[in-house]
Design a protein around this ligand. Structure first.
Ligand code: 3HC
Length: 317
């Protein structure tokens, strides 16, 4: 064994002990290359999802039915931009540059959540996205506040607080529509029918087909499996759907007294794989918009860099 190998095995022992004691890994700590890569992949994918996720709702800001609804939607979409920023910053602590991550998103080398490749067809979708999509996001992300990597876990605490507001505003919008006219109730039901299955897919493939879950759980990056969180989401959503007065579009959905959980049907996993591969309804449009926004913003980045250089020179002089 070379000296380097001895040193690495001691470092790995220290890392494993930190994880075993449920303590946090911080940016300056030694970490195995696989742990770093997995975190960069997951955090970047998460950041990209927040930024791309601004598009489906952003399209509706100017068509909001009232000033109040417009202010709420605007605030929510701005929050998503903020979440993207915290997450890109967390990824940067792992030694990767944000410009490089944006490049990986635009080239298709990195993914973003499948859910944002579905179109928003009516204003009811603003409510359903808040209730179901942000609801699924909270379910998935609250356990990530305990992720073993410090900057990720800390970023998630603030993100989750804001997501919880997003979920409630969605539920409140749907509740208002359900107390409205027959047409409004039909609009809500139609919207829920379209978003239910894609929301279940947000949790990722079933555990047996999830190549990353076992290792990510062993490292404390993920705290629950995809199927565990999906089940939690279904159990949480059923009573909320009853309060709203909408039907969830799954004929197999029923309470299982033995398991003390709901049984439910399987989403169309081939659809998820197709959307992930880039063949969803809106993949091309979302990336084209992101690319255009990035190119249109080039002058802002140049100006900010020039200003920072000027300030640095002045402080040295
Ligand atoms: N959409 C797109 N890609 C997905 C996906 C989905 N719904 N589910 C899984 N994948 C990808 C994975 O990234 C992985 O591909 P890769 O190895 O090339 O990266 C592959 O499919 C296999 O899936 P695994 O289950 O093995 O992958 P993970 O262990 O990473 O689990 C995850 C997937 C549960 C999404 C996990 O990465 C995670 O918890 N990420 C953090 C949360 C996140 O990114 N949420 C996205 C939604 S953002 C959001 O909700 C914004 C809010 O404003 C609504």
């Amino acid at each position: 064994m070379t000296l380097e190998m001895v040193q690495e095995s001691e470092l790995l022992e220290g890392f494993d002990a930190t994880i075993a004691h449920n303590q946090r890994i911080e940016p300056r700590d030694w970490m195995p290359e696989g742990y770093r890569k997995t975190l960069i992949r997951q955090i970047a994918q998460h950041a990209h999802s927040e930024i791309i996720g601004m598009q489906p709702e952003g399209n509706w800001i100017t068509s909001s039915p009232s000033l109040r609804r417009k202010a709420i939607l605007l605030a929510k979409v701005q929050d998503e931009a903020g979440h993207g920023m915290y997450l890109y910053s967390a990824a940067e602590t792992l030694g990767v540059d944000r410009a490089e991550l944006t490049e990986r998103l635009l080239s298709g080398a990195q993914k973003y959540s499948s859910i944002f490749n579905y179109p928003t067809l009516t204003y009811a979708d603003m409510g359903t996205i808040g209730w179901l999509v942000d609801g699924a996001a909270i379910c998935n992300q609250v356990p990530l506040c305990r992720s073993s990597y410090g900057p990720y876990g800390r970023a998630m605490i603030r993100v989750c607080k804001e997501e919880s507001f997003h979920q409630r505003q969605g539920f409140e919008l749907l509740m208002t529509m359900m107390r409205g006219t027959e047409e409004q109730r039909a609009m809500v039901q139609e919207s829920v029918n379209r978003w239910w299955w894609p929301s279940l897919m947000m949790f990722g493939p079933p555990d047996d087909d999830s190549p990353n879950t076992a290792q990510s759980m062993a490292w404390g990056i993920k705290r629950h499996t995809n199927d565990e969180l999906r089940q939690r989401f279904v159990d949480m959503s059923v009573p909320q759907a009853e309060v709203l007065g909408v039907t969830l579009p799954d004929p197999d959905l029923r309470w299982n007294a033995e398991r003390e959980s709901h049984d439910f049907g399987a989403p169309d996993w081939s659809e998820l794989m197709d959307v992930i591969k880039g063949n969803g309804l809106c993949n091309a449009e979302r990336i084209a918009n992101r690319r255009k926004a990035h190119e249109d913003g080039a002058w802002v980045r140049e100006a900010a860099t020039a200003f920072a250089l000027k300030n640095a020179k002045e402080s040295v002089a």
